[in-house]
Design a protein around this ligand. Structure first.
Ligand code: ZN
Length: 260
């Protein structure tokens, strides 16, 4: 089993940032040896991963419920997230998937930026999460979530930004392309079906999510499964399945960024 050392990886990334390394830098977080030239399909690409919610949100309602402007409405800064019947929390799920996904992307040469450094904090607000992707000039932003639908509903769906004329016109088409790439790879890599309770063909468009509305970069959310459905919940609670999810998401992101 791969041992994850988030602090160690963060140190390498921050060192790379402070030294002003450009896109051609060797993959951080891998073996420590530069990959042979031309072998890193995501060299020069920036991927922002946004693990939904945060472990401290539930105990900080005042901070989390502060209203922020997401263009189409006023909305809470962040949300607590959902949980399975057994109490497995969405924030922990999203964090785990992100921790397995990050090294896969780094091994392919991508620079990976996270919107939160651990699973014990509060927030950040959706406005700040979007700004992290924008400021990093991300080539792809992927926000990772688990859904809460009716218990009989199951499957996954990918959420893409809906058009807000004059505000996000330029990200609509690349985000849809990213969404289709992730949908296809997720279905193939996890065996999960498209959600049968919302969305169409595994895709859904929304204009009520700050992380989508405020992004100037190609962005999608993925609802990896329905945490209230016993079958989906069992899969999402299993670390081996979360690794499959991470592998599938890495494939989808790679396919989008390499046009394959
Ligand atoms: Zn969520």
């Amino acid at each position: 089993m791969r041992v994850h050392r988030p602090g160690f990886v963060a140190l390498i990334v921050s060192a790379a940032l402070s030294s002003g390394c450009g896109g051609a830098a060797p993959a951080p977080g891998g073996s420590g040896l530069p990959a042979p030239p031309g072998k890193e399909p995501l060299a020069g690409k920036v991927v922002v991963l946004d693990p939904g919610h945060n472990g401290g949100n539930a105990t900080h309602p005042v901070e989390i419920n502060r209203q922020v402007d997401i263009i189409t409405k006023s909305k809470a800064c962040n949300a607590v997230g959902f949980k399975t019947a057994d109490g497995y929390e969405e924030n922990a799920f999203a964090w785990s998937v992100t921790q397995h996904l990050r090294p896969l992307l780094e091994q392919m040469g991508a620079k990976v930026v996270l919107t939160r450094p651990n699973d014990e904090g509060v927030g950040p607000c959706v406005t700040e999460r979007a700004a992290i992707g924008n400021d990093a000039r991300a080539d792809a932003v992927v926000s990772i979530h688990g859904d809460s639908g009716k218990p009989s509903g199951h499957g996954f769906h990918v959420i893409v930004p809906g058009l807000i004329p004059g505000r996000n016109d330029e990200v609509i088409e690349p985000s849809r392309k990213l969404g289709r790439a992730i949908r296809d790879a997720y279905e193939a890599g996890t065996g999960m079906p498209y959600a049968n309770y919302r969305g169409e063909e595994g895709l859904r468009s929304r204009t009520d999510l700050g992380g989508l509305n405020l992004s100037t970069r190609p962005v999608v959310f993925i609802e990896c499964g329905n945490m209230r459905n016993p079958g989906d919940a069992a899969k999402m609670s299993d670390v081996a399945f979360r690794k499959r999810i991470a592998g599938a998401l890495a494939d989808g992101i790679k396919n989008y960024l390499t046009g394959s």
